[in-house]
Design a protein around this ligand. Structure first.
Ligand code: MN
Ligand code: MN
Length: 389
């Protein structure tokens, strides 16, 4: 893919009518959002920040129907803008009806199948099944639940656009009902108070129930009021947004996935030796989950601060907004990373593209070297470099 068509893709020259509405909503959301502070500071020589968190090695919160591990700013201090969770649901395991007050939810299915319900403020609802490579997005505050549908355990990665979000402090329906006087429940539901005698008194979080049957072929049959924008996107079923000899990049920004106004997500696949070149994101923090393979990330945080970090399966990485970074496959097998960003619009500037667009005389003066030094530099964006056979 040449530079021009790449730019066209990333800048989203094609925006449908529904996409425009979503883009406007994204802009409103962004201007209202608090400004995240830049990464952890100080100490030019010392360990100035930790960019890796071994999520897969954390103690899981265990239930009969499933489990969850989380990475919030409390465990992983650099990750002020985005939190994450690795969750597993057994067939029939139900992450109960709940909502969040302080973050939207983005998810990627690694293995197995699950079913979500989501209910929005306009009374729209959607019941959808998800398989490997699918993603969902639930706007902040929308009611939702997650159910393992089998036949195998379902593992998925959740990402939230607020580092302070905790999966273990959500607003769960059992917790609410269990802490509300029965006479209030009776009036609210218009049923006898005794109805609630056998309801749980504390948060259920994950319940184990029967394995559900298939959904009706027509999803609209599940609800009279289907949401105007779907919460599901088959990310890995799409042709790569960008394809190179050394790897691929699949993007789900608000342009591809209109409901996802506050977050963009992507998967990066790198062959051995291939590298996502030095770049930065002007508008968003980047959260990473490494699914498979081994990677080396470099991070540059100004004033001489720089780090080299290595990742393996189950690790989480984080790059504060504007920090320079690269990701290289240093293993012998394919490396896959799931990337999320706390802005629905995807923006990036790659160093090869920037240098190619700068007059050579300026580069020569900048570095104090002859202009001929740049004769063999790429005249366009590399994006993913190396790794080609
Ligand atoms: Mn949730
Ligand atoms: Mn990046």
């Amino acid at each position: 893919m040449d530079t021009i068509s790449r730019r066209r893709l990333l800048e989203g020259a094609v925006v449908g009518a529904s996409g425009l509405a979503a883009l406007t909503a994204a802009a409103d959301e962004a201007s209202a959002a608090p400004v995240a502070s830049p990464g952890k500071p100080s100490g030019k020589d010392a360990e100035w920040a930790n960019f890796r968190f071994p999520l897969g090695q954390q103690k899981a919160k265990l239930y009969e129907g499933g489990s969850a591990q989380e990475a919030t700013v409390a465990e992983f201090p650099i990750s002020e803008g985005i939190a994450g969770v690795s969750m597993r649901l057994k067939p029939g395991g139900l992450r109960e009806l709940h909502w969040h007050t302080n973050a939207a939810e983005w998810a990627y299915i690694i293995s197995g199948h699950c079913r979500t319900t989501v209910f929005d403020p306009d009374g729209g609802s959607e019941v959808l099944d998800f398989g490997p490579g699918d993603i969902w997005y639930f706007p902040r505050g929308y009611g939702h639940s997650l159910l393992g549908v089998g036949p195998d355990e379902c593992q998925f990665i959740l990402s939230f656009d607020n580092g302070a979000f905790s999966e273990f402090a959500t607003f769960s329906i059992s917790d609410w009902i269990g802490h509300t006087p029965p006479e209030v429940l009776a009036k609210s539901f218009n049923v006898p108070a005794s109805t609630f005698n056998s309801f749980p008194k504390r948060e259920v979080y994950i319940a184990q129930g029967a394995v559900p049957g298939p959904l009706p072929a027509d999803p609209a049959a599940a609800s009279e009021h289907v949401s105007p924008l779907t919460h599901r996107y088959h990310l890995m079923a799409q042709r790569p947004t960008l394809s190179f000899p050394g790897g691929t990049f699949r993007l789900a920004s608000v342009k591809e996935f209109p409901i996802s106004t506050t977050m963009a997500g992507a998967t990066l696949l790198l062959d051995p030796g291939a590298m996502r070149e030095l770049h930065w994101h002007p508008n968003a923090n980047e959260w990473q989950y490494y699914v498979k393979g081994r990677a080396r990330m470099t991070v540059f945080g100004s004033t001489g601060r720089a780090s080299v970090v290595e990742f393996g399966p189950g690790d989480v990485g984080y790059v504060p907004r504007g920090f320079g970074h690269s990701i290289e496959n240093i293993g012998n097998e394919a490396c896959q990373a799931i990337l999320t960003f706390d802005d629905g619009n995807y923006q990036e500037i790659s160093i090869s593209d920037w240098v190619a667009a700068t007059p050579r005389q300026i580069l020569a003066t900048n570095f104090g070297v002859p202009e001929s030094t740049f004769a063999n530099f790429s005249d366009r964006d590399l994006f993913i470099a190396g790794g080609g056979k």
